[in-house]
Design a protein around this ligand. Structure first.
Ligand code: NAG
Length: 135
């Protein structure tokens, strides 16, 4: 440990991970796919993330990357939000997790949701995964 970190800890000024563990992280959100996690190529799918009424924003993560794929501000007095993927394609298949922030605290990530693309659509999949609409 560096001297600076020791001093900061002593002063209680460091927002360190173990402080969050002690304070208790906000509960994990849950996420699910509507109409379901097996999506026909070219069809839309909505990923819902339900966390807390206190959540200011929700972030969607793909394949355990650290950078969110997208973020969404929930509607007032709602404890969930949605991310719309359209059209579904091979680039959108994978593991999705979400987390929410309340103030400057980020919750744990939800259990991974596996989206699978099925069938063959009429059009080729776009070269990247596109999220259309949020909120
Ligand atoms: C979110 O709200 C629904 C009702 O609208 C409730 O059933 C659910 O338990 C709430 N979940 C959380 C995590 O607050």
């Amino acid at each position: 440990m560096t001297l600076t970190l020791i001093v900061l800890l002593g002063l209680g000024l460091c927002r360190c991970p173990w402080d969050q563990v002690q304070a208790g992280l906000p509960p994990k959100p849950s996420n699910w796919a509507d109409p379901g996690p097996r999506v026909r190529e070219g069809s839309p799918v909505t990923i819902w993330c339900q966390g807390s009424l206190q959540a200011d924003s929700y972030s969607l993560y793909k394949d355990k990357r650290s950078k969110p794929l997208d973020t969404s501000i929930p509607e007032a007095s709602s404890n969930k939000t949605r991310f719309l993927i359209q059209p579904m394609g091979s680039h959108c298949a994978g593991l999705y997790q979400c987390a929410y922030s309340t103030g400057d605290t980020l919750s744990e990530r939800s259990k991974p949701l596996l989206l699978v693309v099925t069938g063959k659509g009429e059009r080729r999949s776009p070269p990247h995964c596109r999220l259309l609409l949020r909120g």
